[in-house]
Structures are given as structure tokens and as C-alpha cells.
Design a protein around this ligand. Structure first.
Ligand code: NAD
Length: 441
């Protein structure tokens, strides 16, 4: 079986690599020549645990190829996945420019029956737009090849993407053709042998499922951030509240962690796009609009706590950042709260010394040389007036506070992820601030 994936970013590359690993002949196509040249040399554009081994293994076996030439790969493909970006447009709506560009190319190049699968996150009714663009391109060529559109949203989590793809909780597929279903069944059979279900539905429902899922997860985060902030004001500890709530099976314990706001390539843009769709349809999504507002406030919370601790003046204060990426196990800096916090601190004259295990190169695209990048967490805290825990990487979990206290100019920790507990600092003379926790202040 031969498949083409268009867009070799996070989703395209993971999809292509995993499909090739079960024996499918895959070509990953991208317009970015540099990305393709690097992939051919085994250099990946992203950090994702385990991905490099799968890519290199299957490249060597010749089952995974990289190309900028869609024409060359589409010729004998049975299916094409569209996995290009859908960034927010000016009004918050998903920008479909890339998806429709690719659709047009597909119509111009296909030469037999083809299943066109949208894996990019796209608003409801995009499949219809894709169908029209491909039909128009075929009409212009006076060719009338049959094709089907399938919506197959991706649910992978960055940092755990390989496991998510190989052992999916569910595979959501929207389609309206038996012929396409046979192709989808064949592609995903290796991933459903252990009973993982494919949930078939109509196309608009599949498109909506993706947005509704991300919106629900973002809602849980903003809800818990609101609960955390109120807990702090009334003398409750959100760590306890979370445990108490999460033990109710109707609620469950996942995604109940307060912090410094959600970021990344998906939640912010998908929440915006769904809220925008609601406005467009005359049905404002009031909960989602609040989710977004809470998140914006949450991203500046740590900054406010730091400023307050220093009596309103942080000029010339040196703040150490542990972590920069929007979450652990990824170098993704898209919409990372660290950037918002860093810019606010810098604007008020503070200096930042940061360490992140993998995201520092990516962070340079956002923050340039405005902050100092350090080689280790200990280098970052040398002479610092405060430590801000930004990303909960595993290696930050159990620091030696005595050693750290000796290196810092001032012993205070702002824990943006509630990784620590006020009791951790009991005998070490630190001030500690968590999110919605009982602090020592
Ligand atoms: P990405 O920015 O990492 O990759 C997109 C790739 O598409 C880029 O390499 C770009 O060069 C390429 N591209 C753009 N136009 C092209 C064209 N005409 N032909 C060929 N290649 C082209 O994006 P991503 O994070 O992989 O996200 C892709 C889609 O998947 C988005 O809609 C996103 O919302 C969705 N998604 C992402 C994740 C995630 O965790 N990153 C998870 C689920 C769904």
C-alpha cells in the first residue's frame, strides 16, 4: 500500500513514520526544502521522544521517503493525508489557506481514484470546501477521476505522540463512502488489532469532535485555574481540592492541574476557532470565550506574583527560569506561557537566566538574545534573585534545595506548576509561591 502525507511537521511526520513502521510505503511531502533535505539526512525538525528511531529505521528500509514533489508521490498513492498547518487567521478563525492550496494541487495532479484524508484540525464543513476545490481543479483539466474525502482528526499529545499513534484510545473517522472505508480499514488495521476502536461517523461530526475534545480539555484547565486562584484567596489548597474532586469517577483526575495557562500549537488556536465559529453562526460559545479570558490572565499570574514579592520593583532583579517549552518532553514553543512571562519581566527591567533541556534553540526564535540561555539548571540559578519553575520537566522534580540556596542571591521559588510543596522548603529558608496553594505568605 502506498500513501502520501502532505505536510511534514508534527502531525505529518509522526503519521508518516508510524504508518511506515507497520509496513506501508509512505512519502512525506513538504514545501520546506530545508526540512526535507534535513529529513533525508536523518535530522528531524522537532524533538519528539522515539520519533528519530522510527524515522531512521524506516528511511533505511526505504519505506519512508521525503520529497518536495507531490506530483511524483501522488501518482501511485491510494490515499493522501493532508497534515499542513491551520493557524489562526486575523479574526481567530482557522486559516485554511494551506489546506485548500494542497487540495488544489491534489486536483491538479491526481490520476486515479484517491482517498483524500484531512488530518489537519479544520472547522466543520471544511471537507466540503476541499471536495469543491479538488472537483474544480479536475474540471479545469477535463479529468473526472473519482475521489472521496475523509475527515480523520489527530489526537496525539506532543511528548507522547508515538505511543498515542501506535496505541490510540480511538481513531475518529468521518466519511460517506464504502470504498473510502475499505481504504481506511486497511490503513488502520495494524493499530486496531488490540481492540482500539475506529469510531466511524459523518464528516461534520468528525470535524466537530476534534474541536469539542480540545475545547473540553482547555475548559478543564481554565476551570481549575479559576478554582486555584479562588482557593488561594479563601485559604484552601488546590492540590487537596484537586485530589478530592478527581477521585469522583464522574470527574476523573486527568487535566485538573492548575498552572500558568495552556499553550502549544492546538488549544489556543482551536478554542479561538470554535468560539469564532459560534459567533459566525449566531451562537456565541460563552463558556469558551471565558476559557480564553481566564487563560490570558493565567499567563501573567506568575509575573504578578514575582512583582508583588519584590514590592513592585523588579528592575535589575535576575529571575531564573527552569523550563521554556509549553509542556515537558517537547521543544514546541508555540504560545508558550514562558514567552509572555519573560517579555513582561524584561519590560520592567528584570534579567532572565533560563535553562530548558531541549527547547532553547526554539526559544531563540521567540526571545532572541533578550534572555541568557544556560547549560544547566544550576547555571541558571547562579546569583538569581528568584527561581521560576515554568515547565515541569522530570529532571526538575527533586532539586537539592540546600545546594540551590547557596547559589542563589535570594531564596524564593515561584512554582508555576505546583511541582513542589511548601513543606519541601521547610528547613531550607526559602519563600515559596505555588498556584492556588497554601504558601508561606
Ligand atoms: P506544523 O507547522 O508542525 O507542520 C505543518 C507543515 O506543513 C510544515 O512543515 C509546512 O511547511 C507544511 N506545509 C504547509 N503548506 C504546505 C504545502 N502546500 N505543501 C506541503 N507542505 C506544506 O503543524 P502541525 O503541528 O503538524 O499541525 C498540523 C495540523 O494538525 C494542524 O491543523 C494542527 O492543528 C493539527 N494537529 C496538531 C497537533 C500537534 O500536537 N501539533 C495535534 C493534533 C492536530
Amino acid at each position: 500500500m502506498k500513501i502520501t502525507i502532505v505536510g511534514s511537521g508534527y502531525v505529518g511526520l509522526v503519521t508518516g513514520a508510524c504508518l511506515s513502521d507497520v509496513g506501508i510505503d509512505v512519502t512525506c511531502v513538504d514545501v520546506d526544502q530545508n526540512k526535507i533535505d534535513n529529513l533525508e539526512k536523518g535530522i528531524l525538525p522537532i524533538f519528539e521522544p522515539g520519533l528519530d528511531q522510527i524515522v531512521n529505521r524506516n528511511s533505511k528500509k526505504g519505506r519512508l521517503k521525503f520529497s518536495t514533489d507531490l506530483r511524483g508521490s501522488i501518482v501511485d498513492s491510494q490515499a493522501v493525508f493532508i497534515a499542513v498547518g491551520t493557524p489562526p487567521g486575523d479574526n481567530g478563525d482557522a486559516d485554511l489557506k494551506y489546506v485548500l492550496e494542497v487540495s488544489d494541487q491534489i486536483g491538479k495532479l491526481m490520476n486515479d481514484y484517491l482517498v483524500v484524508i484531512t488530518k489537519s484540525t479544520v472547522p466543520v464543513n471544511t471537507a466540503e470546501k476541499v471536495r469543491i476545490v479538488i472537483s474544480n481543479a479536475l474540471k479545469e483539466r477535463k479529468k473526472y477521476f473519482d475521489f472521496d474525502i475523509v475527515s480523520n482528526p489527530e489526537f496525539l499529545k506532543e511528548g507522547a505522540a508515538i505511543n498515542d499513534f501506535m496505541n490510540p484510545d480511538r481513531i475518529v473517522v468521518g466519511l460517506d463512502s464504502i470504498k473510502a472505508k475499505q481504504v481506511i480499514d486497511k490503513i488502520y488495521r495494524p493499530f486496531t488489532l488490540n481492540g482500539n476502536p475506529i469510531i466511524y461517523m459523518d464528516i461534520p461530526s468528525a470535524e466537530m469532535t476534534k474541536y469539542a475534545s480540545n475545547a473540553m480539555l482547555a475548559t478543564r484547565i481554565s476551570f481549575m485555574n479559576d478554582i486555584a486562584n479562588l482557593s488561594e484567596l479563601v485559604g484552601a489548597d488546590v492540590n487537596m481540592v484537586r485530589k478530592g474532586m478527581g477521585s469522583d469517577p464522574r470527574i476523573g483526575s486527568k487535566f485538573l492541574y492548575p498552572g500558568i495557562g495552556y499553550g502549544g500549537s492546538c488549544f489556543p488556536k482551536d478554542v479561538k476557532a470554535l468560539a469564532r465559529k459560534g459567533q459566525e453562526k449566531g451562537h456565541p460559545m460563552r463558556i469558551l470565550e471565558a476559557v480564553e479570558l481566564v487563560n490570558e490572565d493565567q499567563k501573567i499570574l506568575l509575573f504578578n506574583k514575582i512583582k508583588k514579592h519584590f514590592g513592585g520593583d523588579i528592575s535589575k532583579k535576575t529571575i531564573a527560569f527552569w523550563g521554556l517549552s509549553f509542556k515537558p518532553k517537547t521543544d514546541d514553543m508555540r504560545e508558550a506561557p514562558s514567552v509572555v512571562i519573560a517579555k513582561l519581566l524584561l519590560k520592567e527591567g528584570a534579567n532572565i537566566r533560563a535553562y530548558d533541556p531541549v527547547a532553547m534553540e526554539e526559544a531563540k526564535h521567540e526571545l532572541g538574545d533578550t534572555i541568557r540561555y544556560c547549560k544547566s539548571e544550576l547555571e541558571a540559578i547562579q546569583g538569581a534573585d528568584a527561581l521560576a519553575l515554568i515547565t515541569e520537566w522530570a529532571e526538575f522534580r527533586l532539586p537539592n534545595w540546600d545546594e540551590i540556596g547557596k547559589l542563589m542571591a535570594n531564596k524564593v521559588v515561584f512554582d508555576g506548576r505546583n511541582l513542589y510543596n511548601v513543606t519541601d522548603f521547610k528547613d531550607h529558608g526559602f519563600d515559596y509561591y505555588g498556584i492556588g496553594t497554601k504558601n508561606n505568605h
